[in-house]
Design a protein around this ligand. Structure first.
Ligand SMILES: Nc1nc2c(ncn2[C@@H]2O[C@H](COP(=O)(O)OP(=O)(O)OP(=O)(O)O)[C@@H](O)[C@H]2O)c(=O)[nH]1
Length: 574
């Protein structure tokens, strides 16, 4: 059955395109990709090479092949007839070259010999048999330039010569030869489905231009362009490296407590005894361990939430805040006068704490508040105005005087850093206060004082645990500790202040948690690394109460689970 009728259709230009080149450079696959839309995976392609010739008879017997031969290029209807040939140099191809309109001369981009033969064998042969026929040079198997050659060689037929990296030809080599021969150059990959249309559309253009010279009366060829330049190939993304992250080195068991000796990335300063004692701490630990601290650090100071205060705080116009400052200063003074302090023992503050006997201590009623006539001047008096924001706290919670934001010299880096500064009641002693801050679930030191301050600051878990110890019922503390960790782990997720940018997204975390659980993180956030100095800036995340800063360091996404688990394990640690 002969279904080929294109030769009789008016204004349809039938174009005979002969494809030549060395053995196994990819001629047949290229033809099949155009004529039959055949696409194969790299491994299907590699596993099979039978020296073949695609039969030109297909146009006569296969309707689909005939239909795919039809095309419109530069407004000219064409029917493209592809002729496959043997790559064997000694075979006679004159029957193929006869009456050809264009020759597609192929070489393999993974076979330098095949390019050499373009110059030495194929070009002279074509010029010999069809001197006026335009030629297009095509570098095939472009995907091999970007492939893992070891994997490719393993997948090739056992007797096939392995492809070496030095075999791979850069684009310049093809361009040089094409320039020398005065012919257009294209590259193709059947695997990547790249360049097939470029090759044949421009082969058609070359053929039509040449025809227009001979058949100048054909007006429908007027708009045919010269072969166009090929747009460059966008190589596939290299496979993601497999990054094995070993377990972090064990910390020496100190956990978060070690941060008190070395308060890296501290973000809160407690002023005790009117500022004569200073205790640096980390908001995340305190806020996740105790609701009172959580509330404190999420207080709204003049429209800004504590944890997310950044540079905009410094820039806040004085005029805007001036009036409020004045008010808050006045309020603070008034509050200072009637500051409530803990009146534990009439003999004196310190003695009072020590002088408590056990039953007294354990009785809620023993911890009374009273008007303190000689309370130390409130921190509010000398700090609230400094940043233009701040708040007197005497009515808010026992033991707290004021809170504000100030630039404070970082205890580790000695560089000024915006910190939350909390002035505490004069009766709060440094040592028991540190116990409360550092080991909220453990009881150390003078239990009486710890209990007193725990109650004052509403650290009820610890208050209860001390009571259990004093009542010789420590076994009950296990349950309290468990519940404490669950609550803390849940809350930690709300209190993240550093963002790791990963390949596939962002992972929020918290510097102190990372520092205390991993030496690498401690090293990264310490000293002269950029990460240590990054200011906590971000006004766009005000919904995160305890701060959210940006860390420019990129981490591979395989770190996601690592960081995630570190974060959670830190959350669970004491
Ligand atoms: N990776 C890759 N391999 C290709 C590509 N095109 C062809 N091949 C492989 O190269 C080998 C030769 O392909 P053919 O199309 O049969 O080569 P040919 O030039 O027609 O070979 P002869 O018929 O011997 O002249 C086969 O194993 C194909 O699978 C390509 O774009 N990428």
């Amino acid at each position: 059955m002969d279904i080929d009728t294109d030769y009789e259709r008016p204004n349809v230009e039938t174009i005979k395109c002969v494809v030549v080149g060395d053995n196994a450079v990819g001629k047949t696959r290229l033809i099949c990709a155009r004529a039959c839309n055949a696409t194969l995976t790299q491994y299907q392609l590699l596993a099979t090479h039978v020296p073949t010739v695609w039969a030109i008879d297909q146009y006569r017997v296969c309707q689909e092949v005939l239909e795919r031969s039809r095309d419109v290029v530069d407004e000219v209807s064409v029917s493209l007839r592809l002729w496959d040939t043997f790559g064997d140099h000694h075979k006679d191809r004159r029957f193929a070259y006869g009456r050809s309109d264009v020759v597609v001369l192929c070489f393999s981009l993974a076979n330098p010999n095949s390019l050499r033969h373009v110059r030495t064998m194929w070009f002279p042969e074509i010029k010999h048999f069809c001197p006026r026929t335009p030629i297009i040079l095509v570098g095939c198997q472009l995907d091999l330039r970007y492939a893992d050659l070891d994997a490719v060689n393993r997948a090739r037929r056992p007797l096939a010569k392995p492809i070496k990296p030095t075999d791979i030809l850069p684009p310049e080599r093809g361009h040089e030869v094409a320039k020398e021969l005065g012919i257009p150059y294209y590259e193709t990959s059947i695997v990547a489905q790249f360049g097939v249309k470029d090759v044949f559309d421009n082969a058609i253009r070359a053929a039509l231009i040449s025809r227009r010279h001979l058949q100048f009366w054909k007006s429908h060829l007027k708009k045919v362009q010269r072969p166009l330049l090929q747009a460059p190939f966008l190589p596939p993304r290299p496979p993601r490296p497999i990054v094995g992250i070993p377990d972090p080195p064990p910390t020496n068991g100190e956990g978060p407590d070690s941060l008190f000796c070395q308060p890296l990335c501290a973000d809160v300063l407690f002023l005790l005894q009117g500022g004569s004692n200073r205790v640096f701490a980390h908001k995340v630990y305190l806020a996740t361990s105790c609701s009172k601290f959580y509330d404190l650090f999420t207080l709204d100071l003049g429209g800004l939430i504590f944890g997310v205060l950044g540079e905009e705080q410094d820039n806040k116009e004085n005029t805007e805040s001036g009036e409020e400052d004045e008010q808050s200063r006045r309020g603070a003074k008034e509050q200072a006068g009637r500051t409530k302090s803990l009146d534990i023992d009439k003999d004196g503050a310190e003695g009072g704490v020590r002088g408590l006997n056990r039953p007294q201590l354990l009785q809620q009623g023993s911890l009374r508040t009273s008007q303190s006539d000689n309370a130390l001047p409130s921190r509010a008096q000398y700090s609230l105005g400094a940043m233009g924001t701040g708040r007197a706290l005497s009515g808010w919670g026992r033991g707290f005087l004021s809170v504000c934001l100030e630039h404070v010299d970082d205890p580790m880096t000695r560089r000024p850093r915006l910190m939350t500064v909390v002035a505490m009641d004069a009766l709060i002693q440094e040592e028991p206060f540190k116990v409360i801050l550092s080991s909220l679930d453990e009881s150390q030191g003078d239990l009486m004082q710890v209990a007193t301050i725990a109650e004052l600051l509403e650290v009820f878990d610890l208050r209860m645990m001390v009571a259990n110890v004093l009542n010789r019922e420590s076994f009950m503390n296990q349950e309290i500790t468990k519940a404490f960790h669950v609550r803390r782990a849940n809350r930690i997720k709300e209190c993240l202040n550093v963002v790791f940018r990963l390949d596939d997204g962002c992972l929020p975390a918290h510097k102190p948690l990372l520092i205390s659980s991993c030496d690498w993180m401690a090293a990264m956030f310490r000293g002269s690394f950029k990460e240590s100095y990054i200011e906590e800036v971000s006004s766009s995340v005000q919904d995160r109460p305890l701060g959210y800063s940006e860390n420019g360091g990129a981490v591979n996404d395989s770190a996601q689970s690592f960081l995630g688990s570190m974060l959670l394990s830190s959350g669970n640690s004491g």
